[in-house]
Write a protein that binds this ligand. Sequence first.
Ligand code: TRP
Length: 332
Amino acid sequence: MDEKKVMLSGIQPSGDLHLGNYLGPLRHWPEMIEEFDCYFFLADLHTITVRQDPAQLRRRVLTLLAQYIACGLDPERCTLFIQSHVPAHAQLGWVLDCYTMFGELSRMTQFKDKAAKHKDNINAGLFTYPALMAADILLYQPDFVPVGEDQKQHVEICRDIAERFNGIYGDVFKVPAPHIPKVGARIMSLNDPTSKMSKSNLEGCVILMDKPEDIMRKFKRAITDSDTERCVRYAPQEKPGVSNLVQIYATVTGKSFEEIEAEFDGKGYGAFKPAVGEAVAETLRPIREETERLLADKAYLENVYKTGAEKASYVANKTLRKVYKKVGFVPR
Ligand code: TRP
């Protein structure tokens, strides 16, 4: 039997999951765990590069863990863990800091953006973040790392670091292929259809944990377009607001754009908006209920992350031992 290919992805627990995350990449993850040997972790070490409220960070990590399971990441079929539970990440991170150049880190666009945004806290961790991310990846020798466009540069520097290290010590790391996953739908803000749905604009953003009444309110207030035809039609250039709703409705119901246009022919936006709201509320209901059930079951969640950390540590420590030996540390 062929060995499954290995895939790894880290998730920043820096905010609540929203409809855009769900209808984009997240929905495809359950298919991934069938096909690949998958590692998913909550990147809490990364999160403290910007200040966090401790109680909130703890709650977010556990909520996200529950949400991912509720969205179909079955912990029996993939390795699901919390980054800080596997010390090898920080340990290899340090080693890789010493094989990552000041100049290449200075070119990272995310560093430049975040430094501009948090001028009062441009800390060393924010700067060396890509070396830690390279450690996250290289510990598991994955074949590929699915990331969004914004993280591509970090996967590229990871490849450079791996190649540099391998160049000195022989083949220690598998060099992972960059992989931009099936994006799924690109969901825009409900009250500003020219920008992506984001937590920074809450009224235009449906959080996975939103109650049906909140979802309905947000959809009823969704911006439609000021065109004269007032008909439901997918035309992202001319009608960005309505097209976004059509896209959302198509994604949650599985209907085609043509079917949707026919369904709402002659009905106008007043009937369409609540219909989209209802379809979204029904899609999210089981996820929210399952998340709430899991969050109430502390023992289960604890068992998931402990088991995950053990599985991950086993693989990560193998790579770390190899690296320590190569660089010349005395084995304990
Ligand atoms: N930096 C990623 C983000 O902001 C999260 C992340 C951390 C990650 N380590 C990773 C992603 C390793 C993929 C692989 O989204």
